[in-house]
Design a protein around this ligand. Structure first.
Ligand code: GDD
Ligand code: MN
Length: 361
């Protein structure tokens, strides 16, 4: 059995068209299917219209009265679905109903666990989309490339074997439930070309805020997929702030104590390392604040000194053997050195300085 889940908000006019269209496809293809409308208490009476159609079509209607949200509605639909295959599609006729068999077949034939409609593979496309919307859509897909192989992760049209979402820790805050499912279930996915049509009636509910939410959702998926990533970004931010601390100490020692800048740089380094230690201890690393002082501090300083050695060593090698001594190449050599040292410092801090000296108890 197939459960087609339609999340709705103010789609009273559209469901009069899409529900009959879906049930016609069920009949033509000889598919046992049901339609589940999950409505967020739409003021335009979507639920009443839907309930009035229940005697003629294989339709169930669920009305949610609090906590409106597209992904939440879809997750509710999964709970209610009786089919072993669930399809999620927009209720506004943007997704082609006639593609339902192509979406479902690869799953029933066990070729994959999930199919996703794509506008960006041969045979797919969008009708009458202005250039800015195309660019946003393509850009959104591009940003997701690090977490999913999908060419069109925001198409919103998917079918899946229900078993794959059991036990998956789905976060209902994002709009992009397709992306969420594809990243968190490890499903074998196939793409099906679709032509995206403009909505029939009413207007889109996905505004500018949805785009900001998309970026936040993506970030949470990147962190999910690469568990150390958020930590590494925090470490780099602390490192960048450390450069400012370094410069501040340098200028202070030179101008207040008329020290030679090369001598002052030693104090600047010590100041920056201590600065970094404080923020990595309190912010970057989860267990940082539970480590013993001075042990973790001394380990951190030692790691930074080795890191400095690595930076200079790599610069030396690049200047000596790759002829990067001349301007502007020595800057590149230095940046490569900094990158290598940062990775070294991160690993050393994570696994030694802020891990090996935990306080007792
Ligand atoms: N239950 C419920 N609650 N349904 C909602 C809500 C909500 O808060 N917000 C939107 N929906 C329903 C709509 O009624 C529609 O059936 C579907 O979700 C898509 O919403 P639209 O408002 O039509 O979104 P869109 O056309 O701007 O965006 C669609 O196309 C994008 C691709 O460009 C969606 O499919 C997006 O996921 C997709 O990225
Ligand atoms: Mn739409």
């Amino acid at each position: 059995m197939i459960s087609v889940i339609l999340p709705t908000y103010n789609e009273a006019e559209n469901i009069k068209v899409i529900v009959p269209a879906i049930s016609k496809v069920f009949e033509q293809e000889g598919l046992a299917g049901e339609v589940i409308i999950v409505d967020d208490n739409s003021p335009d009476g979507t639920a009443e219209v839907a309930e009035g159609m229940m005697d003629r079509y294989p339709l169930r209607v669920h009305v949610r009265t609090e906590d409106r949200g597209l992904s939440k509605a879809v997750i509710k639909g999964f709970e209610l679905a009786e089919g072993e295959i669930c399809v999620v599609m927009d209720a506004d006729m943007s997704h082609p109903v006639e593609k339902l068999p192509d979406m479902v077949r690869p799953i029933t034939e066990e070729k994959c666990d999930m199919t996703v409609g794509s506008r960006y593979i041969p045979g797919g496309g969008c009708e009458t989309w202005p250039l800015p919307r195309r660019i946003i859509s393509k850009g959104a897909g591009f940003l997701a490339r690090g977490v999913t192989p999908l060419t069109d992760p925001t198409s919103g049209f998917m079918a899946l074997r229900k078993g794959i979402i059991h036990g998956a820790d789905l976060d209902p805050t994002g709009w992009k439930i397709v992306l969420e499912v594809s990243v968190k279930t490890g499903a074998r996915i196939r793409e099906v070309p679709i032509v995206f049509k403009d909505r029939m009636e009413g207007e889109s509910k996905l505004g500018f805020k949805a785009q900001i939410d998309y970026i936040r959702h993506l970030w949470s998926l990147y962190c999910y997929k690469y568990p150390g990533l958020a930590q590494f970004v925090r470490f780099c931010l602390v490192g960048i702030s450390g450069v400012f601390a370094d410069t501040l100490v340098l200028v202070a020692f030179v101008s207040l104590m008329s020290l030679d800048p090369r001598i002052a740089a030693i104090f600047a380094f010590a100041g920056a390392v201590s600065w970094n230690y404080i923020f990595d201890r309190l912010w970057t690393f989860e267990f940082g604040r539970h480590t013993r002082i001075p042990h973790s501090y001394l380990a951190f300083v030692a790691i930074c000194l080795i890191g400095l050695g690595i930076r200079i060593g790599i610069m030396h090698a690049l200047i000596e053997y790759a002829e990067m001594g001349r301007s502007p190449w020595y800057v590149v050599a230095s940046l490569i050195g900094i990158l290598a040292a940062t990775v070294f410092n991160f690993i050393g801090s994570k696994y030694i300085a802020f891990a090996a000296f935990l306080k007792k108890g």
